[in-house]
Design a protein around this ligand. Structure first.
Ligand code: TZP
Ligand code: MG
Length: 228
C-alpha cells in the first residue's frame, strides 16, 4: 500500500478529545467515515499512554484493513511497529525521517508535516512518501501551530517541489471543511503539480454523521470545481 499506490484524496486525522469526538466511540466514528469513503486514516492521540495507544491502534487497524485503507500513527514509530500498521506521520520535532525509515523499512508509508519550502524539499529529499502541508487556516483543533500559511503558502511549496522534480505526494491540513475544500484543493495548486488530497479532523470527526460528511467531502474532491 506504500508509495504511488496510496490514494490520499480524503485523509482523516483522528482526535479523541471530548471537544471534537464528544462521547462517541472513536472506532465507530472511524468506521462510519470509512463507509463514507475516507482513503487514509491517521490515528492522532496526544493524551493516551503507550498501552492505550497500542490497544486503540490495534482496534483501528482491524477496521481499516477491512476497507483496505492504510492506518498511519501520528508521532509514534514504536506504536506503528507494535501494531504492524502501514506507517507513521511525523512532524518537524518528532523522530527524524531517516531514523523512522530505518526502523520501519522501505515499504512503510512515512508522511512529514511541512510548513516551509525548505522543510518540504528536505522531506522530499529524505524520501517521505507524502507531505502534510499546513497549517492552511487557523483551527481550534490545533492551536499551537507555528505557521498559518494560507493557500499562497501551499502554492509556494507545491511550485518548489515541482521545480525540484520531486514526485512526492501532497495533502494539506488545517481548518479545511466543505465550504473551503475546493478553494484549497484547486486554487492552491500550481499549474502542473496538484495536491493529492486534503486532511481533515473536525469536519468529519465532529460531524453528527461522519459517513455523510465524508461522502460529501469526497464528492467535492472528485467533482471539478465550479469556479475553475
Ligand atoms: N496539523 C495542522 S492543523 C491540524 C493538524 C493536526 C488540525 C486540523 O484540524 P481541523 O479540525 O481539520 O482544522
Ligand atoms: Mg508530531
Amino acid at each position: 500500500m506504500a508509495g504511488p499506490n496510496v490514494d490520499y484524496s480524503l485523509y482523516l486525522v483522528t482526535d479523541s478529545t471530548p471537544a471534537i469526538l464528544g462521547n462517541k466511540s472513536l472506532c465507530h466514528v472511524v468506521e462510519e467515515a470509512l463507509k463514507g469513503g475516507v482513503t487514509v486514516v491517521q490515528y492522532r492521540d496526544k493524551t493516551s499512554d503507550t498501552g492505550e495507544l497500542i490497544s486503540t491502534a490495534t482496534q483501528l487497524h482491524e477496521i481499516t484493513r477491512q476497507y483496505k485503507v492504510p492506518l498511519l500513527i501520528n508521532d509514534r514509530v514504536d506504536v506503528a511497529l507494535a501494531v504492524g500498521c502501514e506507517g507513521v506521520h511525523i512532524g518537524q520535532d518528532d523522530m527524524s525521517l531517516p531514523t523512522a525509515r530505518r526502523l520501519l523499512g522501505p515499504s512503510a508509508i512515512i508522511g512529514v508535516t511541512v510548513s516551509t519550502v525548505d522543510e518540504a524539499l528536505r522531506a522530499c529529499e529524505g524520501g517521505a512518501d507524502y507531505l502534510g502541508i499546513g497549517t492552511v487556516y487557523a483551527t481550534p483543533t490545533k492551536t499551537n501551530t507555528k505557521d498559518i500559511i494560507g493557500t499562497a503558502g501551499v502554492r509556494k511549496i507545491l511550485e518548489a517541489i515541482e521545480k525540484a522534480g520531486y514526485q512526492t505526494s501532497t495533502v494539506c491540513i488545517g481548518g479545511i471543511n466543505a465550504s473551503n475544500l475546493q478553494r484549497v484543493m484547486f486554487q492552491s495548486s500550481a499549474t502542473r503539480k496538484a495536491l493529492d488530497g486534503v486532511a481533515l479532523v473536525s469536519a468529519i470527526i465532529a460531524d453528527p454523521d461522519p459517513q455523510g460528511a465524508a461522502s460529501s467531502l469526497l464528492q467535492l474532491i472528485k467533482r471539478p470545481p465550479a469556479f475553475k
